[in-house]
Write a protein that binds this ligand. Structure first.
Ligand code: NDP
Length: 337
């Protein structure tokens, strides 16, 4: 049983030796428990927060503990009345091959599901985040201009596609030409701007000639600086994530632009709202799941995944996620069946 542990707390960007691989015996399920075999492990930006012990909405991972994470698992042994051998479940069993569970928090999946990894992406937490943030907080209306960064990422790729379904003009922001091409040619965005370009702010401004009505915030940093002057009166900003800052060790250098931000919010009467998906919207998961699975089945929302083989590659893939190496929902294929 391979397990990946938190070896040390990173200062700035995580490094390979902040993780440690350990081999242990496969655990034995007791009465009322199941043995879970991990098939897919989701890698998500929030894990960077769990590696640090600063204030957050969730407890940090302890040093020498298994890294946390959402998984799709096969039930390999069962002493639990509700689960049988062969069942497919959504779990939160972390970066390891096997885990024992008493059933708490497990969600039964269709055991014949063709692409089980989708339960970690478009049909799971990131898809749900895109859906609620855009529709409930963003309150998009047909004809509006929506900007989303991380345009080819797990959340951003779904945000842009839903906004298109709702009749919006969608401007993506992504790192590099290849990702921008994917956003337009494969995901159907109207335009996509490379945030690494020297004239990023000018290109964004040219792409948003009618201003920005909804900015779905995934990154912060210089993307937000480019967006701020383009926001329309009564614009909405679902504040979903700030990945450009997750490795920061101190506040960025000045000038202090806080008063500019406050003034813009005031005079343009902008609504900016943070949210933590399962804390705020758990009760609406059913509504999302029904609509999204229909959209995916009909091909109205395209799936964009980045699947990396083998648990040992999880630390490297996670470090890459924070540097923009993934395109699509990043998932580790831990085992085949
Ligand atoms: P992604 O699949 O989008 O992967 C992360 C991407 O972020 C990278 O590929 C990269 O794309 C981009 N990125 C990384 N560093 C920077 C940077 N310095 N500046 C600009 N872009 C950068 O991740 P997710 O879709 O899973 O997550 C997107 C955001 O949503 C994150 O901020 C995450 O924390 C947040 N989130 C929030 C939730 C909530 O409940 N509030 C729930 C789920 C996610 P590129 O190369 O295009 O720049």
């Amino acid at each position: 049983n391979r397990q990946i542990l938190l070896n040390s707390r990173p200062h700035g960007a995580p490094k390979p030796d902040d993780f440690r691989l350990q081999e242990t015996n496969i655990p034995e399920p007791g009465d009322g428990e199941v043995l879970l075999r991990t098939l897919y492990l989701s890698l998500d930006p929030y894990m960077r927060g769990r590696m640090s012990d600063g204030p957050s909405y969730a407890e940090p991972v302890a040093i020498d503990d298994v890294m946390v994470g959402g998984t799709v698992c096969r039930v390999e042994q069962s002493n639990h009345a509700k689960y049988s051998v062969g069942d497919l479940v959504l779990s939160f069993s972390g970066w390891q091959d096997y885990a024992v569970s008493d059933g708490t928090g497990l969600v039964q999946l269709d055991s014949e599901m063709e692409r089980p990894s989708l339960a970690l992406g478009v049909l799971g937490m990131p898809g749900f985040t895109a859906y609620m943030g855009l529709l409930d907080i963003g309150q998009t209306k047909s004809g509006e201009t929506v900007v989303v960064a991380g345009a080819t990422g797990a959340v951003g790729s779904v945000v842009g596609q839903i906004a298109k379904l709702k009749g919006c003009r969608v401007v993506g922001v992504a790192g590099g030409e290849t990702k921008c091409r994917i956003a337009v040619d494969e995901l159907g965005f109207d335009v996509c701007i490379d945030h690494r370009a020297d004239d990023f702010a000018d290109q964004l401004s040219a792409a948003c000639s009618a201003g920005i009505d909804v900015y779905y915030e995934n990154v912060g940093g210089k993307v937000f600086d480019g967006v701020l002057p383009l926001l329309n009166t009564k614009a909405r900003i679902p504040l979903c994530g700030l990945i450009a800052h997750y490795n920061d060790t101190e506040l960025p250098p000045g000038p202090d632009r806080l008063s500019l931000l406050m003034k813009t919010i005031l005079i343009k009467r902008i609504k900016m709202q943070g949210f933590i998906i399962f804390d705020d919207y758990q009760h609406r998961f059913g509504e999302f799941a029904t609509e999204m699975s229909q959209w995916v089945k009909e091909g109205q929302i395209k799936v964009h995944e980045d699947i990396v083989d083998s648990l040992e590659n999880a630390p490297g893939a996670f470090i890459g996620l924070l540097e923009g190496e993934n395109s699509g929902k990043l998932v580790i294929r831990v085992a085949n069946s």
